[in-house]
Each structure stands twice: as C-alpha cells, then as structure tokens.
Design a protein around this ligand. Structure first.
Ligand code: 13P
Length: 366
C-alpha cells in the first residue's frame, strides 16, 4: 500500500482519452477483485465501464451476489449503501464521487419519519396497523427503521409485489419518500385515490385530520423526484397530436396524470427492454432521465426507432449522473496502489436492521 492516497486533483485536468485508456488499464490490473456497477442514468463516458448495468433492483442483486473485493458503484449514495449492506463484511463498497446523491431520498429523514410514527400513534397503533415501506431511494437509517418496525424496501420494479406483501402484514402502509411511486402503484392495485392521503412532513400530523388517517389505506410521504415532475400530460397531448402513432412510456416516479396517459409504466430496465423488444420503425415518448433517453435513441435509431424525451425543457438530475470518468479513474488507480478512497460503510447495527428490510424485498421480488 502506498503511504498516501493519490489526490483527486491529479485527474481533474487530464485529457479525456487518457482517462478512458487508464480506466481500462486499471480495470485489467484489478481483474476479478473489482466489479463496477452502473445505473442506467450514468453518463456515457462513465457508463461504458460498468461490468453490470441495471436498475436499482438488478444492481442490488448484483451487489448481493458478487464475490469481488471492491464494489465500485457508478450511481448514487443510497445505492452504494445498499451494496455495502447486502455484501459480505469483507467486501468494500465505493462511491467515486460523494456528492452523487438523490434529492428525493433527502426529502425523508429519520427524525421526520420517527415523528410521523409517533404522531400516527395518537390515532392508530402503528406497529400493529401500518407497514412502513421505503423506496430504495432512501438513506440506510430509513431502511433500518423499516427493518425494526416489520417493514420493507421496494424498487420501482417490485413495488407492486412488495405492496401486496405489506398489506398481507398490516391493513395500512406508510410509504416514503416518493408519493408518486406509492400512488401509481396503489392505484394499479385498485386502491381508490381518496384512500391514499399525502403526509406533509412539514406540518403537525402531516396536515391530516384523524379521520383522514383512519380512512386511509396508504399514507404517502410528500416526496418527489424533480426530474420526473417535468413531464406533463399537456406535453404528451401536444406531442401525440403531432405524432399520433407514438407509444408513451414513463417511469412510475412521474405524476399520476402522466402515468395514466402512458401506454407503459415501469423501471429504467423495463423501459429499455420494452423499447428494445418493440417493432422497428416505432416512435417513443419517454418520461425518465435524459441520459438514458439519449442512449436509447442512439442505440435503436438504426432500427428506425424514434426515441424522444418527454419535455421541451432539459433538466438533468445533476447528482444522479454526477460520477465522471475522472473520479472513477481516481478510485481505481488508488485501488491499484492499495488505497481505498470514498468507501461507503453503514454502521453495523443500522446495516443489520436495514438488511432485514432489504432481504424481505429480495425474497418477495419475482
Ligand atoms: P430504477 O430502479 O427504475 O432504475 O430507478 C431508480 C431511480 O432512482 C429512478 O429515478
């Protein structure tokens, strides 16, 4: 091991081609000791180095099944935390840029969720009547909260199966942090909109009356992904007026109105597979992050598939695709030198409880 880690600043002004070549070289030296997991939202220059590319569920499974000593996550903080929790203790999870986060995940924090649980206990018996269910886009301490209160984690792929599991356990579900995934999934299971109330974490009792809480089947945290809120039913209408043959496909983090107007709704992996398997010469309007939409366009244009972004305005999630090739190279060359930088380590007691909720999810996922 070298005495000091190589500093990041050595890489920031490096020529792009050189960075690309050195990443390939460092991967070759590390061999089976390394796995790079890449979420579909990553920018191309980083994404191309992923050994496994996938949505949140696929990447969680890859982390759980990997034997590699180093799991380098080209994704965001909560994904690297999951990799640390589901992998063996001697494996090391690394996030090349610590600023890679998810603003929606930050909309629910442990203090607010615990306060909600206490306030709900003024009206109900939460530990008997409510299953807490967190979207994987959340911090490890919230997954641990779900673990110790008989709850569970979900991703956009398995939300329906997980919700069915949650309702088998208790009559109500507290779903956080993404109200849209909760509402879209609940509605697809025939839960009426009036039985899904929104918990405003900035207000006492979530801004709800005791009656509203008692009558609700799902209590949805007031969180959202700003990128997916860009998509509107009006834009879909305008677009389909021009191109009536368009297939509409959205991620379930988009609003209820957008998902209702969509022909297909599903995770990033589902979106890719649906467009890949579609007939040639088809047109697609896609409601998810722009890097993925651009990649789909490039990948399938030779089949005459036209893939469009569902908005005239570009709003990138600057934290989701934060990891650039220079930070990836920085962590890899440090590993070659025997230095671990940017390790993500969840405290042991928290990891143990979060693992309960994650394993429940992995067990019920198809
Ligand atoms: P997927 O699991 O569909 O990849 O979603 C992750 C995510 O954060 C979407 O915004």
């Amino acid at each position: 091991m070298s005495a000091n880690p190589i500093e990041m600043q050595n890489f920031t002004l490096m020529d792009e081609d050189e960075i690309q070549q050195r990443i390939v070289a460092a991967k070759a030296v590390l061999g089976d000791r390394l796995i790079i997991l890449g979420h579909h939202y990553q920018r191309e220059e980083t994404f191309r180095h992923a050994d496994v590319a996938g949505d949140s569920l696929k990447l969680s499974r890859s982390a759980a099944n990997s034997k590699a000593e180093f799991i380098v996550f080209c994704g965001v903080h909560f994904m690297a935390e999951v990799a640390d929790i589901v992998s063996r203790p001697e494996q090391i999870a690394i996030l090349p840029d610590l600023a890679a986060g998810c603003s929606m995940a930050d909309m629910a924090n442990l203090a607010n969720v615990e306060r909600a649980w206490r306030e709900l206990s003024e009206v109900l018996e939460p530990d008997e009547q409510i299953t807490p269910m967190t979207y994987i886009n959340s911090a490890a301490d919230l997954k641990a909260f779900c673990g110790r209160h008989g709850g569970i984690v979900c991703t956009s792929t398995n939300a329906r199966h997980v919700l069915e599991w949650a309702f088998e356990k208790r009559e109500k579900v507290l779903f956080f942090p993404d109200q849209h995934l909760g509402r879209n999934t609940g509605f697809s299971m025939d839960i009426p909109l009036e039985e899904m109330v929104v918990w405003d974490y900035e207000q006492p009792m979530g801004g709800l009356t005791p009656e509203q809480i008692k009558n609700a089947k799902m209590i949805l945290w007031k969180g959202f992904c700003s990128v997916h809120q860009l998509f509107t039913p009006e834009y879909i209408d305008e677009f389909t007026e021009k191109y009536p043959e368009t297939n509409i496909i959205s991620h379930p983090e988009a609003s209820f109105e957008v998902c209702q107007k969509s022909d297909y709704v599903g995770s990033t992996e589902y979106i890719i597979n649906t467009i890949r398997d579609a007939e040639p010469n088809t047109r697609w309007l896609v409601g998810t992050e722009l890097n993925l939409v651009n990649r789909l366009h490039e990948q399938f244009k030779h089949e005459g598939k036209n893939v469009h972004f569902m908005s005239g305005t570009v709003c990138m999630c600057s934290t989701m695709f934060r990891i650039g090739p220079s930070s990836l190279l920085w962590v890899l060359e440090n590993l070659v030198e025997g230095n671990v930088v940017n390790q993500i380590k969840v405290p042991a007691d928290e990891a143990e409880q979060a693992l309960l909720a994650l394993n429940r999810m992995l067990d019920v996922s198809p």
